[in-house]
Design a protein around this ligand. Structure first.
Ligand SMILES: C[S@@+](CC[C@H](N)C(=O)[O-])C[C@H]1O[C@@H](n2cnc3c(N)ncnc32)[C@H](O)[C@@H]1O
Length: 188
């Protein structure tokens, strides 16, 4: 995702649903200033610990109402976060509002693979993953993970939602046999 973002000096990037900061950390490492937004204060505290750099700012808030002025960011990233926002079109419109003209949007998200891998992957999400995860942590969280992946938009549908939110030149890149996609677009 960071390579697709192709950050340049002077960029100010919004890392939406920054969580514990793994994606933000990878961007900060490139010498880029990042604002990490998350709805969970606990996640932000962990992100702050992981990224003590001055070039990282943790911001508490919702993706549906980002607490900044319009046209603030040169790029927006979101790794495995947009699927957790049931009002996805609303979140994408809000992302578009806070981006500068020409700004880049790069999203990394799970998807359901097509073809022969689909059946085994459904079995993995419904049975194997929750079982293994349940041995070490909260099984329910992994039941939710699988359900949310199965319910999320198919890649073509998602591209259209990105375009409808005001973006252009939407491209997608298939990774891990279609279990993950990178979606990239620009604010026109
Ligand atoms: C899987 S984690 C993201 C991982 C993170 N991008 C990373 O690289 O470590 C999903 C995050 O989405 C956040 N989230 C869910 N709904 C949100 C919303 N409406 N606005 C902002 N953050 C939200 C959750 O609090 C959680 O931290």
């Amino acid at each position: 995702m960071v390579n697709e973002l192709d950050p340049v000096a002077g960029d100010l990037v919004l890392d939406l649903a920054t969580g514990t900061g793994d994606s933000a950390k990878a961007i900060v490492r490139k010498g880029i200033r990042v604002v990490g937004l998350d709805i969970s204060l606990e996640m932000l505290k962990l992100a702050r610990k992981k990224i003590p750099d001055d070039s990282y700012q943790a911001l508490s808030g919702s993706a549906y109402a980002v607490p900044v002025r319009a046209e603030t960011f040169s790029a927006v990233t979101c790794a495995f976060g947009i699927r957790n926002m049931p009002e996805t079109p609303k979140a994408l419109k809000e992302i578009c509002r806070v981006m500068k003209k020409g700004g880049r949007l790069v999203l990394l998200e799970f998807s359901m693979p097509a073809g022969f891998i689909n059946g085994p992957y459904v079995f993995y999400l419904r049975k194997v993953l929750p079982f293994i995860a349940g041995l070490f942590s909260d099984r329910e969280a992994y039941d939710f993970l699988g359900e949310s992946i199965e319910k999320f938009y198919r890649p073509d549908e998602f591209s259209q939602i990105i375009i409808d939110a005001g973006f252009s030149k939407c491209e997608k890149r298939r990774l891990s046999l279609g279990c993950v996609y990178i979606h990239k677009a620009y604010k026109g």
